[in-house]
Design a protein around this ligand. Structure first.
Ligand SMILES: O=C[C@H](O)COP(=O)(O)O
Length: 252
């Protein structure tokens, strides 16, 4: 059975005290997760260890970093390496979020390097892809996303690729209140799965977890998660409110 994930990407929000409160509220919400369901919390770097210690005894909870360096180690002031993240117990690393691509000029080639480092350190990448509005309006979103996957991931052998989680996040839906319709999400997720099947075979594609991200909230999560190829969500704004985030988790 495919792994289902609801991941909360806090982005650059909350103080440590607020984050601690939020995690405690989520952990104590009495969520009943099935064996194939996971909750992933992605706080800012300084809170990762705290987040780990608050969640490590709760079944089905994991921690993600929001980014990592493209180099292994050395004179890169301000950077955080994959090895460092592994050493503090991080499970997943979000890579290629559209905000990183746009504001920090992360290219598909850079993301290929980051993906390799995350995998080499025994963690799982949550690899983000998705098109801007102009591409969606031009109707070329499939080609755009296919290129992102090809240039950052297709160098991986099947065994390594199988550890990757993909998050489809149409940029026009992120933080805008404009959610992709369940049909738009399903169409893209099915397309991604078909591309992966063509590259890595049906078995790998059927086991691939593909998350949807972009203004997901309690009122639309159920409809989105009911889609055959949508295996959960990467949640931004709604992950900062315990009641909203837990309601989304309950929509599995
Ligand atoms: O990583 C999360 C996505 O960017 C979605 O953010 P959002 O739920 O605030 O639209």
């Amino acid at each position: 059975m495919r792994k289902k994930i609801v991941a909360g990407n806090w982005k650059m929000n909350l103080t440590l005290a607020q984050g601690e409160q939020l995690i405690n509220d989520i952990v104590n919400a009495g969520l009943k997760l099935e064996d194939n369901q996971a909750v992933v919390i992605a706080p800012p770097f300084p809170y990762l260890q705290k987040a780990k210690s608050l969640t490590q005894h709760t079944e089905g909870f994991f921690i993600a970093a929001q980014n990592c360096a493209a180099e292994k180690s050395g004179a890169y002031t301000g950077e955080v390496s994959a090895e460092m993240l592994k050493s503090i117990g991080v499970d997943y690393v979000i890579l290629g979020h559209s905000e990183r691509r746009e504001y920090f000029a992360e290219s598909n080639a850079t993301l290929a390097k980051k993906t390799d480092l995350v995998l080499a350190n025994g963690m799982k990448p949550i690899f983000c892809c998705g098109e801007p509005l102009a591409i969606r309006e031009a109707g070329t979103q499939n080609d755009y996303v296919a290129k992102q996957l090809e240039e950052s991931l297709y160098h991986l052998p099947a065994e390594e690729f199988s550890k990757v989680v993909i998050a489809y996040e149409p940029i026009w839906a992120i933080g805008t209140g404009l959610t992709a319709s369940a049909q738009q999400a399903q169409d893209m997720h099915a397309y991604i799965r078909s591309q992966i099947a063509a590259k890595y075979g049906r078995e790998v594609a059927m086991h691939l977890t593909i998350l949807y991200g972009g203004s997901a909230k309690p009122s639309n999560a159920q409809e989105l998660f009911a889609c055959e190829d949508v295996d959960g969500g990467l949640i931004g704004g709604a992950s900062l409110v315990a009641a909203d985030f837990t309601a989304i988790v309950k929509s599995f």
